[in-house]
Write a protein that binds this ligand. Structure first.
Ligand code: AMP
Ligand code: MN
Ligand code: MN
Ligand code: MN
Length: 283
């Protein structure tokens, strides 16, 4: 059923969100979410807390994760849903994917020091809830705090994106590996916010084709990371590639996110919702 207030994409303090898994569950419930997943970056350490909190609230829950992948030299995010968070191949793959973040963060700090912003590594660390998961978002929060920029979007624009002083190119997981870890753990793989990637149409087509060939089954259509004008294109692509459609706010923080949990439009009726593939995985 397309008319379900499912929110299958958000972040907690276990990655780069500012709310705990418990606070997110409460907020989702208060906002009328009917099916919820916490999808921290490259990390399933919050899944147990998310499940307990959701169950205490009577909020139907699916396991979730958002894996960083490098495809055609561009960072792509793959969401996994409804998997076993203890599956060894997934746990090991995620640990490997997180592995380079510490070194990358030090290099980001060096790049920022060259343009006069000192102590960014230590500053970012103050915002980190999980020492294995230092991300650009934590640097962005510190640069706002230090007065270098007025908000986090300005930080990304001026300092943390390709070609800017704090940007460090990084090689994440391979697409086929990320999809395989999710599938081996019994879950469904979903392309996150496809409109956000700097791919030309040929590369975008290649991403969808290869994802499908690796066993990927879904794509986010209605997401807080897309403009509403982008929904129809990805609804069409979901149908063209025979992918189920997902919906999620990508909520990170009450102070930073434009889209709150559970507030997006419903999926169009012509789409197969990804939760139809996951009915027996809901807890
Ligand atoms: P990382 O995994 O360390 O490369 O950090 C990626 C995270 O940065 C994303 O998950 C978003 O939360 C955040 N991000 C990326 N681009 C932007 C942007 N333009 N404005 C605000 N946050 C962004
Ligand atoms: Mn994020
Ligand atoms: Mn993402
Ligand atoms: Mn996300």
């Amino acid at each position: 059923m397309s008319i379900l207030n499912a929110d299958l994409h958000c972040h907690s303090t276990v990655s780069d969100g500012t709310l705990t898994p418990e606070a997110l569950a409460k907020r989702a419930k208060a906002n009328g979410v009917e099916l919820w997943a916490l999808t921290d970056h490259d990390e399933v350490g919050g899944q147990h807390r998310a499940r307990s909190a959701a169950q205490a609230l009577g909020l139907p829950w699916l396991s979730g994760v958002e894996i960083s992948v490098t495809f055609a030299d561009v960072t792509v995010h793959i969401v996994g849903l409804g998997f076993d968070p203890e599956h060894p191949a997934l746990v090991e793959g995620l640990a490997q994917t997180r592995g380079g973040r510490g070194e990358r963060a030090r290099e980001m700090s060096e790049g920022l020091a060259k343009v006069g912003i000192r102590g960014a590594y230590e500053g970012a660390l103050k915002y980190v809830g999980n020492p294995e998961l230092i991300s650009r978002t934590h640097f962005a929060r510190y640069l706002v705090e230090s007065g270098a920029c007025k908000d986090t979007s300005e930080v990304f624009r001026k300092y943390l994106t390709e070609g800017k002083p704090g940007f460090v190119p990084h090689r994440w997981a391979q697409l086929g590996d990320a999809v395989r870890w999710i599938r081996e753990a019994g879950g469904v793989a979903v392309i996150a916010h496809p409109a956000r990637y700097a791919h030309n149409p040929t590369r975008e087509y290649a991403l969808f084709s290869e994802f499908k060939a690796h066993g990927g089954q879904g794509v986010e259509v209605v997401t807080g990371s897309h403009a509403p004008s982008e929904y129809p294109k990805y609804a069409d692509m979901a149908l063209e590639f025979g992918l189920a459609a997902s919906r999620g706010s990508d909520f990170h923080s009450p102070d930073e996110s434009h889209t709150d949990l559970g507030t997006l439009p419903f999926l169009e009726g012509r789409l197969t919702p990804v939760w139809e593939l996951l009915a027996d995985r809901v807890q």
